[in-house]
Design a protein around this ligand. Structure first.
Ligand SMILES: NC(=O)C1=CN([C@@H]2O[C@H](COP(=O)(O)OP(=O)(O)OC[C@H]3O[C@@H](n4cnc5c(N)ncnc54)[C@H](O)[C@@H]3O)[C@@H](O)[C@H]2O)C=CC1
Ligand SMILES: O=C(O)[C@@H]1CCC=N1
Length: 267
């Protein structure tokens, strides 16, 4: 198997590190190229044993998969590199937010099989939840799902649903990290110093994550188990509802999904 990553930034590296750590793909099957991060990909070569190259003809020769992992705005440059050497049977997997299959096809000027994948950086710890949608001519879907499940779970969706998946889980962990950041800052306002605030928040997040993973209870039941009648938790939750937590989250998710739609119209 030969898997070539065009782009070796935050998302690509989470994917290939996740794949390698799970031993589904051998480091020697992975090829990296980039534009801006030459030292970083040298580091990946030395640390992980993956291949690196800037020669598109060498990269694309007998490639089974090409992963498009640049920013959407850089895709025209990436397409220019791919066009002369792309072989017919190579499957194209794009993680770019908002870039539609028809745009990828148009820029590559090819009928290659294309799938869009919307993963998240939890791939690095094999916990991405990734949306997948396929072009009509995509063969071996099972092989792709198996590969993508080496770094988490997958859901197959129609391409239109990618905007919502991008908001919900592509961007979703950033929304949660931001809440943790603000939680730690609020603890500092309560009077904890920075180290204490970080220690308390980090352990709270890890503990809550483990409870979600290990317990069969719903989020709502886990919350109820902490909430005493007329107690401290009830007071805090009433304040959170009073501030409109649900509507804040809806505004957040709608803004992200709308941006994905806008990116698809830039095509
Ligand atoms: N960061 C995330 O959590 C997620 C990102 N994505 C998508 O992944 C893509 C990459 O995002 P990040 O990894 O965060 O960006 P990044 O800025 O960390 O990495 C971009 C990579 O593209 C490379 N690149 C740019 N022009 C190139 C060219 N002409 N040839 C080869 N490589 C080129 C850069 O050198 C760099 O390695 C974006 O399209 C984004 O929508 C999708 C899901 C989650
Ligand atoms: O912010 C972005 O556009 C990308 C897509 C999903 C997560 N990061």
């Amino acid at each position: 198997m030969k898997i070539v990553f065009y782009g070796a930034g935050n998302m690509a590296s989470a994917i290939f590190i996740g794949m390698i750590e799970n031993k589904v793909v051998k480091p020697e099957d992975i090829y990296l190229t980039s534009k801006s991060q030459k030292e970083k990909i040298k580091f990946f070569q030395d640390k992980l044993g993956v291949n690196i190259s800037y020669d598109d003809s060498e990269l694309l020769k007998n490639a089974d998969y090409v992963i498009l992992a640049s920013k959407p705005q850089s895709f025209p440059d990436v397409a220019k590199r791919l066009r002369p050497y792309l072989e017919e049977a190579t499957k194209i997997i794009s993680v770019m937010a908002g870039t539609q299959i028809k745009t990828i096809r148009r820029e590559l000027k090819s009928d290659n099989p294309i799938a869009r994948l919307m993963p998240n950086t939890n791939a690095m710890v094999q916990h991405s939840v990734s949306g997948i949608s396929y072009s009509e001519n995509f063969p071996d879907k099972d092989e792709l799902v198996e590969l993508m499940e080496s770094f988490g779970t997958t859901v197959v969706v129609e391409e239109d649903a990618m905007h919502n998946i991008t908001a919900a889980t592509g961007s979703g962990s950033a929304f949660l990290y931001y809440i943790y950041e603000k939680y730690a800052e609020s603890l500092m306002e309560l009077g904890f110093d920075e180290n204490e605030a970080m220690f308390l928040t980090t352990n709270l997040v890890i503990g809550a994550g483990k409870m979600v993973e290990d317990s069969d209870l719903s989020f709502s039941q886990l919350r109820k188990n902490i909430t005493s009648k007329r107690g401290t938790t009830e007071a805090g939750l009433d304040a959170l509802d009073g501030e409109g937590i649900k509507s804040i989250l809806m505004t957040t998710l709608n803004a992200a999904a709308n941006r994905s739609e806008e990116l698809s119209q830039d095509d």
